[in-house]
Each structure stands twice: as C-alpha cells, then as structure tokens.
Design a protein around this ligand. Sequence first.
Ligand SMILES: *[C@@H]1O[C@H](CO)[C@@H](O)[C@H](O)[C@H]1NC(C)=O
Ligand SMILES: *[C@@H]1O[C@H](CO)[C@@H](O)[C@H](O)[C@H]1NC(C)=O
Ligand SMILES: *[C@@H]1O[C@H](CO)[C@@H](O)[C@H](O)[C@H]1NC(C)=O
Ligand SMILES: *[C@@H]1O[C@H](CO)[C@@H](O)[C@H](O)[C@H]1NC(C)=O
Ligand SMILES: *[C@@H]1O[C@H](CO)[C@@H](O)[C@H](O)[C@H]1NC(C)=O
Ligand SMILES: *[C@@H]1O[C@H](CO)[C@@H](O)[C@H](O)[C@H]1NC(C)=O
Length: 392
Amino acid sequence: MSVQITSAIPLVFLIISEGGWNVNYSPKSICALNVSTVTMGCTYTYPSGYVIVKTLWSTELVEGNQEPSDISLDAEYRDRVEYLGDKQSNCTLILRDVTEQDQRKYYFRFITNTATGKWQGQDGVQLFVTDLQVETPEEVVEGDDVTLTCKTTCNLTGPSYIWYKNGVSLSSTTKALNLKTVSSEHAGSYSCAVLGQSHSSSAVILDVRYAPKRASVSITPSGEIVEGSSVTLTCSSDANPPVQSYNWYKEKTLLGKENTYIIPNISSEDSGEYKCKSTNQHGSKYSSVILNVMYPPKNVSVSISPSGEIVEGSSVTLTCSSDANPPVQNYTWFKEGGTSPVGSGQTYSFTISSSSSGWYYCVAQNKYGSHSSALSVILKGEKWVYTIMELD
Ligand SMILES: *[C@@H]1O[C@H](CO)[C@@H](O)[C@H](O)[C@H]1NC(C)=O
Ligand SMILES: *[C@@H]1O[C@H](CO)[C@@H](O)[C@H](O)[C@H]1NC(C)=O
Ligand SMILES: *[C@@H]1O[C@H](CO)[C@@H](O)[C@H](O)[C@H]1NC(C)=O
Ligand SMILES: *[C@@H]1O[C@H](CO)[C@@H](O)[C@H](O)[C@H]1NC(C)=O
Ligand SMILES: *[C@@H]1O[C@H](CO)[C@@H](O)[C@H](O)[C@H]1NC(C)=O
Ligand SMILES: *[C@@H]1O[C@H](CO)[C@@H](O)[C@H](O)[C@H]1NC(C)=O
C-alpha cells in the first residue's frame, strides 16, 4: 500500500492520507530571553516504507518543488544551531544565543528516498525573543507603595527572577518587586535578571522624592554675635527635588526669600528667633535659630535713695543700673578728684557730711566695654541737692 506522492497532489490529500505526513512542534510558540538557548521540541511522522534521507530546519516555508534554505548552512545560524533529532521521528533543534533578529517562525523539512516524498511542517514554531526592562513609576514620593516590574515583551514560562539594587541582589524572586512605604533609602539603581540566564536588564534609577527634611539654620561668623557686626543666616535642608523657595521670618514678619538672610549691622533689637521655611513641591519644613546679640552697657544711670530731702548725717544709697548683654559684671564707683575706686557693686552707700559734696561716677562694665553715669551731691545754701548726668 504505497502512496505515490507527486507535487501536483494537494496538501489536503497528504493530511488525510494513511500513515500521516506530519510535523508536530511542541511548544508551537516560544518566548526566549535574549542570548539564551532555545530548544525547539519537534516530532515528525510519515507513512511506513519511506526512508528519510535528509532533514533540515529553515526559516522559509516553501511550496511545490522549491527547496527551503537550510539554516545550518546560513552564516547567521551555522555556529549556533544543533540538531538533536534523528532520521526517524525526532526533529528537535537547539538554537543558542538567540537575539531579536532570530524572532520569526522556524520550519522543519524532511526528504525521503522518493522524489516526491518530501514534507515541511506548515505551522512552524514561532520564536519570540525578549530582553528585560525594569519599569518604574514616573514619579515616586516618600511614603508611596511602589512596584518595579521586570518587563518582557513575551511571556517567559515560569522563570525565577533576580533583583539587584546597586549591584547587590535582593530577596524577591518574582517579576514584580514591591517596595512598601518607600523612603529615600530605597533610591538607587535597580536591575533584574532571570535565574540561570546571563542576560540582565539595564539599570534603572529609582529617584525617591521627598519634602525638605533635616533643615537647619547656620550662623556666620560662628561664635558670639556682637552689636555692629555683620551676620549671615543660611538655611539648609535635604530635599528632593531641591528646595524651590525660602521664607525668612522673625515673629510673624516676613524678612526675605533668599537662601541666606544678611543683617549687615546687627543691633540688640535684632536679638530673637529667626525662622526659615524651606519648600519644594512635596512640602515645607521650618527651622529656626535664636540670635543673642551681645553689647556693652548702655542706658547706664545712677539713682539715689531716699530720693526726698537729703539731710546731713543721714545715709544715702546710690544705685547704678544699666542694660547690657551679658549683664554688667562689674560696677565701680569713683568720686570726683579721686583716682582709686571708692566702692564696687551695684550700690554705694555713704553718710552725708560736709565733705560729701561732689560728683560720684558709676562705671558699668562687661566684656564688650564700659559706660558711665554720674550724680552730683552739693550743698546749695542750707540744702543738699543732687543732679544726675548720663555720660557717653
Ligand atoms: C528528541 O531528542 C532529544 C535529544 O535527544 C530528547 O531530549 C527529546 O526528549 C526527544 N524528543 C522526543 C519526543 O522523544
Ligand atoms: C541582546 O544581547 C546582546 C548581546 O549582549 C545585546 O547586544 C543586545 O542589545 C541585546 N538585545 C536587547 C534587545 O536587549
Ligand atoms: C502573558 O500572560 C498574561 C497573563 O497570563 C496575558 O494576559 C498576556 O496576554 C500574555 N502576553 C503575551 C504577549 O502572550
Ligand atoms: C550701625 O548701627 C549703629 C546704630 O544703629 C549706627 O550708629 C552705626 O553708624 C551703624 N554702622 C554702620 C557701619 O552702618
Ligand atoms: C535705652 O535708652 C534709649 C534712649 O536713650 C531708650 O529708647 C531705650 O528704651 C532704653 N532702653 C532700655 C532697655 O532702657
Ligand atoms: C572689676 O573691675 C576691676 C577694676 O576695673 C577689675 O580689676 C576687676 O578684675 C573686675 N572684675 C571683674 C569680675 O570683671
């Protein structure tokens, strides 16, 4: 029961013919990773009595008497293909180092000992080749739940994925890498690969954005601030993207909108709390600093008590007061005509006598300087009177 096959006989006839001329590709479609090795599982059948003289794989599907080109002779494939099949029923082919250029259909062809006993498996096996690409959300803000995906253009069958952050492998083995409530520590360079395969995705930078944090105000020059000096306040913070606007406040008053605020000739009234508000599109952060401006004594004045009538033989107390920062450390009292102090401390007491007449000076001093004030006690006719004078 030999069937005489000629090229004129339509394929329909061949399919229904006894014994079965057939090529079965399994699977019919393959998704392969770039530079991986692909096994194209294949079996074939033909009516009994035929002897296979030639088998080949091709990228061409031919009709009639034409012969498809053999990929094992093609420079593009020659070094990468290996026929694992035989001349009976197995037509399995291995293709190594597949790339995107290999993405097409492949057909198995076998030729028997009879001139017309040839067959090419029409369906072919479809090869898809994919690379790996890390897909990240367009913008990631601290606190977001983020999913990175190791994207492929076709569905790889059941691979285990490997994820890398800054070249160090992570524990996730799935196609999706879930990052819960991300912080700036999650920022970095991510890539993915498939277990057992050399190809890996290119690295993608995950940029985690956040509102300003760790804000601070620095003062230059550092150290004590003395009245009359020039002081620069600088606001700094860590923010991503960088701070877009600054606002300086003292109490509720807006002072400036630069990164720095300069007080060229600082005075005691400039003491107090300065706040800087740093803002980017994700939020604001306040930071503050307290300026304590140092100055030598000022508004030094002497008062006398009792303040009423001064009577000879009575005791009077002079009190020196002043405004200074730091407060006056040393009050020193002098009497007109004398070179050495008559007293020290904030008060000076003495008993009124005929020799008490004259100017009494108080010198108030702190480490930044001194300032004086004076009071005179004089016997005018029958009465003692006093006069106060502020000195420069
Ligand atoms: C075809 O041959 C290959 C290599 O020897 C083998 O791995 C495969 O299992 C065979 N296929 C069938 C269907 O026998
Ligand atoms: C596939 O791998 C080759 C060799 O590493 C590389 O040159 C090519 O760009 C890769 N193709 C894709 C689509 O990634
Ligand atoms: C891959 O698989 C998914 C889910 O199984 C399916 O929705 C999708 O269409 C498949 N993609 C391709 C290219 O086959
Ligand atoms: C600084 O301020 C003081 C008091 O306001 C003033 O007397 C002085 O001239 C100022 N100095 C300069 C350099 O502007
Ligand atoms: C110091 O004196 C000035 C005027 O001489 C006055 O305006 C100011 O209020 C005084 N300051 C204090 C703390 O007494
Ligand atoms: C107080 O003033 C006197 C005289 O000027 C000085 O000798 C002394 O060291 C000063 N004391 C302090 C604590 O500043």
